[in-house]
Design a protein around this ligand. Structure first.
Ligand SMILES: [Zn+2]
Length: 543
């Protein structure tokens, strides 16, 4: 009779199969869950070697799975950048940056993230001259809160050799004033001019950056992630994979990585990556591409013109015809496709493309995904379910700005539904949650809290009726991303035969106030049957 390596029990085990937690014990052998039942039933699995952890009311859940993030870009920015979220003016942002730069005399580039002019007292785009007053000897690269545009200083413009003659990239814009002078703003793919230089980081430093990412994910109970590329502004995928693979071989990967490279018309590289990365911990997952930008810079693609800028509806990265071609070709080859689509026009275009592909290539278990879905036209609500398309939300984004930043830009006649989580859920479609790290921090508690409360930056509920239950939020952060990664057979719920990716929280989320969710900490993280994290602050009772 085989004996368990680990047995954990609690009065509150949320398996992901029921809406409420139950009293149970879980037995783990090697990297698998071999039994779940009451403590007495599992007694025969215990021998002298079995480690037992007896919880009282602490909640045990499947490991968190963040369905949308950017590992390396996020980690570079998370630990090596000035946080500008609290600035209320360009001047304030520049001051926060200066303090940060002084603490980092050896950094070649000074990074920052989180500024948002829509939250400033004067809601105008900033100018490079404000930065130059404070930092003129080192290049500065400051991403806005959504990481879709950036603000740089004159030194950066010189370093990357940007001139007034440099043409705009295919999807993007170099900020210029009326006289054609560079303002120091880079929109969408134009950010690539700067990141091409700024992300040149030595391998040893990138290893350290990745290790700090893993330390953070295990501390937060995140045992799986989806790492998305597809942006011209991301670090090089091959460089990242080299490091991920190295960690996997040394058995240092404490979170499973499912990555999606850029969707291109040429699928040769995708096929090669798909063949070469298929392990339990590091696997090719699908292909990602952008359709549009973001609402705050009027680059999200709308069905009708912006209310406060009637000359534009935003635009698409590629022509609708090309986007449909991309989809039909990759779909035919069996790839999962994930589209960044924020405006109602972009979401409709993604749905149209998936529909055409289905018609042409036949019905299959494709599990295509639309990312963000921030503005949906009411007529498109039912199409996710009809087409089997997963809606991928990052609930903490609701708090990035005030809802007025959207309602001032988008007219009511567009029948906009904002972050319509519950509306889509009610149609029976699949929904999955993530962070889009580094846009928001990795902590899943923040996303869960936001999905329930729907609070915007000012703390006002934004579309309260779109709020969901705790059990739903937990599932969208565990089982649903596993399904979205074609891993539902071995990940996502606590069931016999599944991989032992398990998290113990220090309190029962089902038994506390909504506000207390944010204070919840992880007590222990088990990934692939191994205890990869134990919180020293909260002792774990063990026998
Ligand atoms: Zn993203």
């Amino acid at each position: 009779m085989q004996k368990a390596d680990i047995i954990i029990c609690s009065n509150n085990v949320f398996t992901g199969l029921e809406d409420t937690p139950m009293k149970a014990a879980i037995a783990i052998k090697n990297n698998e869950i071999i039994a779940i039942g009451c403590k007495e039933e599992l007694a025969s699995l215990i021998d002298n070697e079995t480690k037992q952890y007896n919880m009282e009311d602490e909640l045990i859940i499947p490991g968190f799975h963040d369905f949308h993030m950017h590992i390396m870009m996020g980690s570079i920015l998370q630990n090596n950048s000035a946080k500008l979220f609290d600035a209320r003016s360009a001047e304030e942002a520049a001051k926060i940056l200066t303090e940060f730069a002084e603490s980092r005399p050896d950094d070649e580039w000074i990074f920052g993230i989180g500024w948002d002019h829509t939250n400033w007292d004067e809601k105008e785009f900033p100018h490079r001259s404000t930065l130059d007053k404070y930092i003129s000897d080192r290049p500065v690269l400051l991403f806005n809160a959504e990481v879709h545009y950036a603000w740089i200083n004159t030194k950066a413009i010189e370093t990357i050799q940007l001139t007034e003659q440099t043409p705009d990239p295919q999807y993007g814009e170099i900020g210029r004033d009326e006289d054609g002078h560079l303002t120091g703003l880079l929109f969408e793919h134009a950010i690539g001019f700067a990141t091409e230089y700024a992300y040149k980081i030595p391998k040893e430093k990138r290893r350290k950056i990745f290790q700090s990412f893993l330390n953070e994910t295990k501390r937060l109970g995140i045992t799986s992630v989806n790492d998305l590329y597809g942006a011209k502004i991301a670090p090089n995928l091959r460089d990242d994979l080299e490091i991920f693979k190295e960690f996997e071989e040394k058995e240092l990967l404490t979170t499973r990585i499912h990555f999606s490279p850029e969707l291109k018309i040429d699928l040769a590289e995708a096929k090669e990556l798909q063949t070469n990365y298929q392990s339990d911990k590091l696997s090719f997952s699908g292909l990602k591409q952008f359709i549009d930008g973001v609402v705050t810079s009027h680059t999200a693609y709308l069905l009708a013109p912006y209310k406060n800028r009637p000359e534009t509806k935003g635009g698409t990265t590629y022509s609708p015809k090309h986007i449909k071609q991309l989809v039909k070709k990759a779909d035919k080859e069996g790839f999962q496709i994930r589209f960044h689509a924020i405006g109602n026009g972009a979401v409709r275009l993604a749905l149209d493309a998936f529909e055409e592909a289905k018609r042409e290539n036949g019905n299959r278990d494709a599990r295509h995904v639309i990312e963000h879905v921030e503005v949906l036209h009411s007529e498109d609500v039912g199409r996710f379910k009809e087409l089997g398309v997963i809606a991928s939300f990052q609930p903490k984004h609701i708090e990035l700005m005030e809802c007025e930043a959207y309602t001032a830009r988008i007219g009511e006649e567009q029948q906009p539904l904002y972050y319509p989580i519950k509306t889509i859920l009610d149609t029976g479609a699949d929904i999955a949650f993530g962070t889009d790290f580094p846009v928001v921090p990795l902590n899943p508690m923040m996303g869960i809290y936001q999905a329930i409360t729907r609070k915007d930056l000012k703390g006002n509920a934004w579309g309260e009726s779109e709020g969901i239950t705790l059990a739903q939020a937990l599932r969208f952060y565990t089982g649903a991303p596993a399904y979205g990664s074609f891993r539902e057979k071995d990940l996502g719920t606590l069931e016999v035969g599944k991989k032992a990716d398990i998290v113990i929280l220090n309190q029962n989320l089902f038994d506390i106030s909504t506000e207390e969710i944010l204070e919840t900490e992880v007590k222990m993280t088990i990934m692939d049957g191994k205890i990869v994290y134990r919180n020293q602050k909260v002792p774990t009772i063990s026998k």
